[in-house]
Design a protein around this ligand. Structure first.
Ligand SMILES: [Zn+2]
Length: 374
């Protein structure tokens, strides 16, 4: 692989299936997420036929790179039948409150994996590939976990390794620990993982002393984690790690639940701070795959990922959104975000005001742990 940064134009990978929400009822994912990102990018003139690629559905063979054959078969079966027995529910974590059955579940999950594998292939050509429907980082080889049926980041990484990548850095900026990805590569010397996540939160793994198989960096952070603290950890730990291992590819999970205003977590980042961090990481390797992840406030999700695509593709940001883009944000709804907590700027702008804040001592103490990962 060449040592140069990506030179071809970036590419947005997605599918119209995401314009219709799949989850139903009161599930936190029963909100519009990737569809509005596509709509907003189109409304801003940031997405056209040349920069867009449709996700194929992953084949059973591709799913089998990581997932157990019986699990894939069961998932496909119950998605068709629309029902699950108690034994299957217990064995595979399917048909639960957390990982419910819904019409088209298998197709949707397999399309997310197909998109991440395509993104990996495009990255190998020297493009930054953006796939906001990816980022299901909790999925296990033989069971669903944490709203994730498959693990598309793992499959993107496997596609890059199959493409000849020898050193790869996975960075997880979702509010939850990237447990499924860390565990998948614990024994693979080619893959390093780093996760910044809120401490004392599900899945309760990823403590600072957890180095996985020896190449995993975990940075659990307290509530209210702010822009200055992200910049501190990025400059002192994350970017130096990247400079040291010189990855041939990076894969990033950019869950929007790390933003202020998310109803399921208590981190307090601005989207601007995350854009900046992602940009630096993307520039660190000749192949880059940028995935979505969690995120349960439809306004902050749409603004973060739309702006992320805008930054990756070097677009001009308007100070105030044009009427067509505002109408998309005004049309969103979410039971988990109270009316009085909805900020007016979520409807009129893309960029958040920065949340500078102090760097707290517990963040500085993470420096000590990071030295152990040598
Ligand atoms: Zn999350």
């Amino acid at each position: 692989m060449s040592d140069a940064v990506a030179t071809l134009p970036p590419v947005f990978v997605s599918h119209d299936v995401y314009r219709h929400t799949g989850y139903a009822g009161n599930h936190p994912l029963a909100i519009a997420r990737v569809g509005p990102v596509m709509d907003l990018c189109e409304a801003l003139g940031w997405l056209d036929a040349a920069s867009y690629r449709e996700s194929p559905r992953a084949s059973d063979e591709q799913l089998g790179w990581f997932h157990a054959g019986d699990y894939v078969r069961i998932l496909k079966e119950i998605s068709l039948v629309g029902a699950v027995d108690a034994q299957t529910r217990a064995r595979y974590g399917l048909g639960t409150m957390e990982n419910p059955l819904f019409p088209g579940m298998f197709e949707r999950a397999a399309t997310s994996v197909g998109g991440s594998i395509l993104a990996a292939e495009l990255a190998l050509e020297g493009r930054v590939a953006f796939h906001p429907a990816g980022g299901t980082h909790h999925g296990r080889p033989d069971r669903a976990s944490g709203f994730c049926y498959f693990n598309d980041p793992v499959l993107a990484i496997l596609a890059l390794l199959k493409g000849g990548v020898d050193t790869l850095l996975y960075v997880d900026l979702d509010a939850h620990h990237g447990d499924g990805v860390q565990d998948a590569f614990a024994a693979d010397e080619r893959v390093w993982t780093a996760s910044i996540h809120e401490q004392n939160r599900w899945p309760h793994t990823g403590a600072a002393h957890d180095v996985g198989g020896g190449r995993s960096l975990n940075l659990p952070v307290p509530r209210g984690f702010n822009d200055a603290e992200l910049a501190f950890l990025a400059e002192k730990i994350l970017f130096p790690l990247s400079e040291r291992i010189r990855p041939e590819a990076v894969v990033l999970t950019c869950g929007a639940d790390a933003l202020a205003g998310d109803p399921l977590s208590k981190m307090a980042l601005s989207n601007v701070a995350l854009w900046r961090t992602v940009e630096r990481l993307v520039a660190a390797a000749p192949a880059a795959v940028v995935l979505g992840g969690g995120g349960y406030n439809p306004w902050t999700v749409a603004r973060y990922w739309t702006g992320l695509w805008g930054r990756i593709s070097h677009e001009e940001f308007p100070d105030r959104l044009p009427p067509g883009a505002r109408a998309i944000l005004e049309g969103l709804s979410c039971d988990l975000v109270d009316d009085e907590d909805r900020r007016p700027e979520w409807l009129t702008t893309l960029a958040d005001a920065p949340n500078p804040g102090p760097v707290r001592p517990e963040i500085e103490r993470l420096m000590e742990r990071s030295h152990e990962l040598a």
